[in-house]
Design a protein around this ligand. Structure first.
Ligand code: DGL
Length: 267
């Protein structure tokens, strides 16, 4: 039986997760929903993020998703427990696999986290890390300027390098040995981040981690699709502008057919 993976994000950034999922599971049917009309989530209150995440989840389930992936870190940090209480379908999210990976990689038990304000203020990373290894130090830094810079395609700009350096300095001063990229957009800045942190700091990119987690789950359930049978993945967004396709290409590395979601079927 082939299960459709439903992935949602506040916008287009979650396609970094889709990219990894499709590399590991090329034939598994997938439906993506990007809430481009209401992005960003990272600046919103927990109540609003939970409400949006609930509507995104419902939307994907109504469109045939059998398992869910919360690709948005702001939504994953804020809304996962609420969604798990409300929905019975399996829900994967980007926080858990990145924590597992960070704990496996850290030698000195000093971990850094970068993310949006919503992700950092949620405190879920610290809580989960301390519940597993209580003497680990976790230092977090919100980096609100990085999302717009990535969306504008300023991936190698001098200004971006300066801002990344400024954001990372406090973490560097704390001598972290592992850094979690806690936002969909940061994998696109991995090279600069690595350069600024130095080679010794291990970088955790949750987009790859979550793909492995979904693969293991489907494999264990014997639900891996071997062939796509000509089915096309679907990519829906709540708002479509002339630049959306450009941004999609930046995150996914290819063009896809974008559909504007009908809002009446949401919420
Ligand atoms: N997708 C969001 C995240 O990973 C970044 C963009 C936003 O703030 O909505 O946190």
């Amino acid at each position: 039986m082939s299960v459709t993976i439903g992935v949602f994000d506040s916008g287009i950034g979650g396609l970094t997760v889709v990219r990894e999922i499709k590399q590991l599971l090329p034939a598994q049917p997938l439906i993506y929903f990007g809430d481009t009309a209401r992005t960003p989530y990272g600046t919103k209150s927990p109540e609003t993020i939970i409400q949006y995440a609930r509507e995104d989840t419902r939307f994907l389930l109504e469109h045939g998703a059998g398992i869910l992936v919360i690709a948005c870190h702001s939504a994953a940090s804020t809304a996962t427990s609420a969604l798990r209480q409300e929905f019975s379908e399996p829900i994967f999210e980007v926080v858990t696999p990145s924590i597992e990976q960070a704990l496996a990689l850290t030698r000195r038990k000093i971990i850094g986290l970068i993310g949006t304000r919503a992700t950092v203020t949620s405190g879920v990373y610290e809580k989960a890390i301390h519940s597993q290894v209580s003497d680990t130090k976790v230092y977090s830094q919100s980096c609100p300027l990085l999302v717009p810079l990535v969306e504008e395609g300023w991936l190698k700009a001098r200004e971006t390098r300066m801002i990344v350096k400024k954001y990372l300095r406090p973490l560097k001063n704390r001598q972290i040995d592992t850094l979690i990229l806690g936002c969909t957009h940061y994998p696109l800045l991995k090279r600069i981040i690595r350069e600024k942190m130095g080679k010794k700091v291990k970088i955790v990119d949750p987009s790859a981690e979550i793909a492995r987690a979904v693969y293991s789950y489907l494999e264990a359930k014997d639900q891996l699709s071997e062939e796509s049978h000509g089915r096309e993945d679907r990519f829906l967004v709540s708002d479509l502008t002339p630049t959306t396709q450009e941004v999609v290409q930046r995150f996914l590395g290819r063009r896809v057919h974008l559909e504007k979601a009908s809002m009446s079927s949401r919420g």
